[in-house]
Design a protein around this ligand. Structure first.
Ligand SMILES: [Zn+2]
Length: 75
């Protein structure tokens, strides 16, 4: 996927969090390990803490500092 802001290739990764520690993003298909989380590696500064465990496949542009992911709102 190309970034809609700058047109460069975006990096695919996994956005994850468990409500207790930092929300992190890691390139590829793996969620961040507990140790990365402890060190704050891949921390997503925009994330606000909640109480639920989650992970989302998200594309990241380091140039524009934007993320894109597909979603739907259930009704
Ligand atoms: Zn961009």
């Amino acid at each position: 996927m190309n970034c809609p802001y700058c047109g460069k290739e975006m990096e695919k990764g996994i956005l994850s969090g468990d409500g207790r520690s930092n929300v992190t993003w890691n390139p590829g298909n793996k969620k961040s390990g507990g140790f990365d989380r402890f060190l704050g590696i891949g921390k997503v500064t925009a994330a606000k803490h909640s109480l639920t465990l989650f992970f989302i496949e998200a594309y990241y542009c380091s140039e524009c500092r934007k993320m894109i992911f597909d979603t739907d709102i259930t009704k």
